[in-house]
Ligand binder design. Structure first.
Ligand code: ADP
Ligand code: MG
Length: 240
């Protein structure tokens, strides 16, 4: 579903991604961890071309992300993204936040888009908030709206960049529960997170990044019990 082959990226003279090789299968849940500044967000953002790679090859569903012939809007419609800071439109009701892209990008009728939006709002447990504005919701509820908005596009892949990092602790669980459900239902997911409990329970694979490189890649049970790399061991010991 997602394939990085010898991918490098520079910000000016700064080599932020260094020879990234990574293949993610359909239905796989990959958790990306690593110190701040190691390139996790950049790697995620390259997948939907919010950032462009400098060299190498990156494809999603067999489509080369950086090919001039690739219809980027169509590709992005297949890739849902959830950010740390929700990024909802503050002046729009929840329902309008969710129906906007299906109507504008997918050409759905308003009626169909509203039905789909209501389905996903129920799925994330806030079916009663359709007519609220984002500012009237808690952080956990806003993040669940953001997830529903992503799902309403019926994407092939969902990317999560520290989706619970901006939440009060009591709201982290409700967002992780939604993500666990998605994972169980077979969604292909790439999740940058510091929630090691989630990684242990849900991930098929854990990727540890440092200084723009994938330093270690393993099944969670193996990774947490016995990280091979010194940098991964140091990182984990600091989390405890
Ligand atoms: P992480 O998500 O792991 O914290 P990032 O991918 O956000 O790391 O950033 C990796 C490095 O690239 C950091 O040193 C950051 O300062 C730098 N960086 C991120 N975005 C830009 C940018 N647009 N221009 C220049 N440097 C950037
Ligand atoms: Mg980041």
């Amino acid at each position: 579903m997602i394939s990085f082959k010898n991918v490098d990226k520079h910000y000016g003279s700064f080599h932020v991604l260094q020879n990234i090789n990574l293949t993610i299968e359909q239905g796989e849940v990959v958790v990306v961890i690593g110190p701040s500044g190691s390139g996790k967000s950049t790697m995620l953002r390259c997948i939907n071309r919010l950032e462009t790679i400098t060299s190498g090859s990156l494809s999603v569903g067999g489509v080369e992300v950086n090919d001039k012939k690739t219809d980027i809007n169509r590709l992005r419609a297949d890739i849902g993204m959830v950010f740390q800071h929700f990024n909802l439109y503050p002046h729009m009701k929840v329902i309008d936040n969710i129906t906007l892209a299906p109507v504008k990008v997918l050409g759905k009728s308003k009626l169909e888009a509203v039905e789909t939006a209501e389905f996903y709002l129920n799925k994330v447990g806030i079916g009663n908030k359709a007519n609220a504005y984002p500012s009237e919701l808690s952080g956990g509820q806003q993040q669940r709206v953001a997830i529903a908005r992503g799902l309403a596009m019926k994407p092939k892949v969902m990317l999560f960049d520290e989706p619970t990092s901006a939440l009060d602790p009591e709201m982290v669980g409700e967002v992780l529960d939604v993500m666990k459900t998605l994972a169980r239902e077979g969604m292909t997911m790439v999740v940058v997170t510091h929630e090691m409990g989630f990684a242990r329970e849900v991930a098929d694979r854990v990727i540890f990044m440092d200084h723009g490189q994938i330093v270690e890649e393993a099944a969670p049970a193996e990774f947490f019990a016995n990280p091979r790399e010194e940098r991964a061991r140091t990182f984990l010991s600091r989390l405890l």
